[in-house]
Design a protein around this ligand. Structure first.
Ligand code: GLU
Length: 510
């Protein structure tokens, strides 16, 4: 069997990271089995259509590296991949279902149905469903005399096509994640398949397209599980083989309560969308992972483990390793709690694994943007030191500000502990000794400082913190030798000299 899976978002707004995770699992499954990963845009609901949402989806998938093999943009053998461009396809399947006795025309207007529901609700406390119990009392081709139906159809009266859900049937199907699932057909209502405007609803279009596009596995969010029985019936009534179903667990709010929402995320200060999204109606901009500084590989790694586990302790994966390790059997049934700290940790680990040259190029453009001068030669080494100390690349100019100028402040408390003006001559001698060094690389610096400290009968603990304070303003900066080497001989010795004088002044006035 050639595996074919699809990601089928509706362009009703920005893609939530839950959607990215669905796309990711589809992508991993397709790659793992040498199959194809499709993007299909389900835009038949004109009322919920949001301008720019499709562009957003495509850009977000591209940024994450989840590029489909067939899509509206790329085309493919089942072109078009946008349902609004396939609207001519669906009606014939609805008619086929009517002919086979599995669907019917319904002529009730929205107002009639509303009034009917209100009366029912007033009487019983719950609004009635359009189903086997009630359809006989409503205006449809099953309840009306055949002639009246024919007249209504001939007169062009407004109508929809509804699926005739069987009475009291238990619908059982296998889900690759949940095992055997069963629903009673009494829980379902006679869903509209074809709307008054002639366009299909989600259910009809989705099933028809999955069939025509030869989808073998439907991998989608848990919120669609309740559509499962309806889709099972549609496949049966249309005489088609059903793709396998796999319903993914929800992504939950950090406290484990409810589906992760953009409002909770906003309140807690983290993104839930892959890219920034500006809501044209409210004018509000929702923060994206990209703009928050995430590496796409880190986000993907984080999302992969939000609902799936590899069965080992391994947490860090490249996309190829994920493809290798992924299986639907290891997707969890229970909801996965969103943990932003963990997402940041993944980003940090990703930065640490990036090579310094690559980081330096990106750091350089960040510094250029901010008008911060830098020495391209030492930037790889600087990036290498800073990547151990940040969660995001964008934090580097700030965290490493002392590489691009004088330290902005000095840790007074540490200074008082580690330095006293009587030590000044010692450090002047150290500067003089370092002045003689030809190689200013970390190893040579270390050897020379060690030699010097031994000769002065000082421990390194007496020397290094002072060097770090003078170079970076803090003892928490990178190792002194690495900093000195990156700053270069001239700049670092100059800075050491100047700041020792400054330290004396600071301590004198303290
Ligand atoms: N259009 C549906 C959505 O927005 C697709 C659900 C499915 O994958 O069947 O998620």
């Amino acid at each position: 069997m050639d595996v074919r899976v699809r990601f089928a978002p509706s362009p009703t707004g920005p893609l939530h990271i839950g959607g990215i995770r669905t796309a990711l699992y589809n992508y991993l499954f397709a790659r793992k089995h040498g199959g194809r990963f499709l993007l299909r845009i389900e835009d038949t609901d004109q009322k919920r259509y949001v301008e720019k949402a499709e562009e957003y989806i495509t850009e977000a998938l591209g940024w994450c590296g989840l590029v489909p093999d067939e899509s509206p943009g790329q085309g493919g053998p089942h072109h078009p991949y946008r349902q609004s461009e396939r609207s001519g396809i669906y009606a014939r399947y609805a008619l086929h279902l009517i002919d086979a006795g599995h669907a019917y025309y319904a002529f009730d207007t929205e107002e009639e149905l509303e009034a009917w529901r209100a009366v029912g609700e007033a009487a019983t406390g719950t609004p009635p469903k359009y189903d086997a119990h009630t359809r006989g009392k409503l205006r449809n081709s099953l309840s009306l005399p055949p002639q009246e139906t024919a007249d209504l159809l001939a007169s062009g009266a407004e109508k929809v096509v509804r699926l005739k859900i069987p009475f009291a049937e238990t619908i059982v199907f296998d889900d690759l994640i949940r095992g055997t699932v069963s629903f009673s057909s009494d829980e379902l209502d006679d869903k509209v398949l074809l709307k008054a405007d002639g366009l299909p609803t989600y259910h009809l279009a989705n099933v028809v397209d999955d069939h025509l596009m030869q989808i073998t596995h439907v991998i989608r969010g848990e919120e669609w599980l309740s559509s499962g029985p309806l889709h099972v019936l549609l496949y049966r009534f249309l005489g088609w083989e059903r793709p396998a179903f796999a319903h993914l667990p929800l992504i939950l709010n950090p406290n484990g309560q409810g589906k992760l929402s953009k409002r909770t995320a906003d309140k807690l200060g983290f993104p839930v969308f892959p890219l920034n999204w500006k809501d044209t109606e409210s004018g509000q901009t929702w923060m994206g992972f990209r703009e928050s500084g995430f590496e796409p590989g880190a986000l993907i790694n984080f999302l992969a483990l939000l609902g799936w586990n590899p069965g080992t302790e391994q947490e860090l994966f490249t996309i190829d390793e994920l493809v290798e390790a992924f299986s639907l059997e290891r997707v969890h049934k229970a909801g996965a709690r969103f943990d932003y700290e963990k997402a940041r940790w993944f980003n940090q680990e990703y930065l640490k694994r990036l090579d310094n040259e690559t980081l330096a190029i990106r750091l350089a453009s960040l510094l250029d943007e901010q008008g911060i001068l830098h020495n391209p030669e030492s930037l790889p080494a600087i990036a290498g030191m800073l990547k151990e100390r940040v969660f995001f690349l964008r934090e580097m100019p700030e965290v490493g500000h002392f590489f691009f100028g004088e330290p902005r402040s000095f840790d007074q408390k540490m200074l008082a502990q580690k330095y006293k003006p009587s030590l000044r001559p010692v450090f002047e001698r150290l500067i003089a000794a370092l002045q003689q060094l030809d190689d200013f690389d970390p190893a040579s610096l270390e050897a020379e400082v060690k030699r010097f400290a031994a000769a002065e009968q000082l421990g390194l603990g007496a020397v290094l913190p002072v060097l770090r304070l003078a170079l970076a303003g803090t003892v928490q900066g990178p190792p002194a030798f690495d900093m000195m080497s990156a700053l270069g001989k001239k700049a670092s010795l100059q800075r050491l000299g100047d700041n020792l004088i400054r330290f004396d002044q600071m301590l004198a006035t303290a």
